[in-house]
Design a protein. Structure first.
Length: 262
C-alpha cells in the first residue's frame, strides 16, 4: 500500500478492516507513505515498495494521483502492465487506445486461488485463457464479455449470460457462435437501450444527472448484470439493474466517481 499519511489514515484503516474480514492482516512494513502529495510521491513510494518486495503483485494507492506515479514505477520496473489513452468527444462518448498486450490470467497458474471461486456467488469473465474460464465456471453464476469470444468458443463452457455492445465490432455475437449456447445474451445499444435473448428489447435507464463521459459504462453494466443474477433477480430485473449501473457511471468523470448506490 502507498498512502498519503496521515491525511488518509481512515482509508488505510478501511483496508485493514477489509483484510481482517477475510482473515488477513496488513503488515505495517508494507505501508509506504508518499514523500510528496503528487505523482512523484506515488512513484517514490511505489519504488520503495517494489524494492522491499520483488515479488509484489498488487499496489493499493489511497488516491488517484499517487496511483499515477505508482503505475509509472511499475512500468519502469519491467513488470507487465498496460497503458491506455482515452479520447472524449463533446457528448461524453469515448474511444480508448490501449498500449501493450492484454493481461490474461491462466487457470493453470497455481499462485492464483482459483478454488475460492467455488464460494463466490458469481464471476464476471473479462480476460483469461480457457483454463481460467473453466475455473470461473465453478461459480454458481458465470457472466462473460463477448469481447473474449474466441476463448469462450474454444473453452466450450456454458454461460449464464453473455454481454456485449452492439455498437462495438469487437463485442458482437451472432447466433450459433458458441456451443453450448449462453442461457442469456444481452446486447447493449447506448441510449437506445438494447436487446435480450430471450426477452426482446429493453429500455435504457434514465440518467441521474448530466452526461460527463462514457468511460466504464459497459463494464459497470456487466457488473450490475452479474450482481443481479447472483442476487436471484429475473433476467429482466437484472438487466434493468445493469442499465441503472451504466447510466449512473455516465454522469461521472471516469469509471469510479458516479457508481450506483443501492
Amino acid at each position: 500500500m502507498i498512502a498519503d499519511l496521515p491525511q488518509h489514515a481512515l482509508r488505510v484503516a478501511g483496508l485493514r478492516r477489509a483484510f481482517a474480514a477475510d482473515g488477513l492482516s496488513l503488515d505495517d512494513a508494507k505501508v509506504f507513505a508518499r514523500t510528496s502529495d503528487d505523482a512523484a510521491g506515488g512513484y517514490a513510494a511505489a519504488r520503495a515498495a517494489l524494492a522491499a518486495d520483488p515479488g509484489l503483485t498488487a499496489i493499493f494507492a489511497t488516491h488517484d494521483i499517487l496511483a499515477v506515479g505508482a503505475v509509472e514505477a511499475v512500468i519502469r520496473s519491467g513488470r507487465p502492465t498496460r497503458k491506455a489513452f482515452t479520447f472524449l468527444d463533446g457528448d461524453g462518448e469515448r474511444t480508448i487506445t490501449v498500449f501493450g498486450d492484454k493481461l490474461r490470467p491462466s487457470g493453470s497458474d497455481g499462485n492464483l486461488p482459483w478454488e475460492e471461486l467455488i464460494e463466490a456467488d458469481a464471476a464476471f469473465f473479462v480476460s483469461g485463457d480457457e483454463a481460467a474460464l473453466r475455473a470461473a465456471r465453478r461459480a454458481p453464476i458465470l457472466v462473460a464479455t463477448a469481447r473474449e469470444i474466441d476463448t469462450l468458443r474454444d473453452a466450450a463452457v456454458e454461460l449464464d449470460a453473455l454481454v456485449g455492445s452492439g455498437e462495438d465490432p469487437g463485442e458482437r455475437y451472432g447466433p450459433g457462435e458458441l456451443e453450448p449456447r449462453p442461457r442469456l445474451v444481452v446486447t447493449t445499444a447506448g441510449a437506445l437501450g438494447g436487446w435480450m435473448n430471450p426477452g426482446g428489447p429493453y429500455l435504457a435507464a434514465p440518467l441521474p444527472g448530466p452526461v460527463e463521459d462514457a468511460y466504464g459504462c459497459g463494464d459497470c453494466f456487466g457488473a450490475g448484470l452479474t450482481f443481479g443474477l447472483a442476487s436471484g433477480l429475473s433476467p429482466e430485473e437484472a438487466v434493468e439493474l445493469a442499465a441503472r449501473c451504466g447510466a449512473a457511471v455516465l454522469t461521472g468523470r471516469g469509471a469510479y466517481t458516479a457508481q450506483l448506490t443501492l
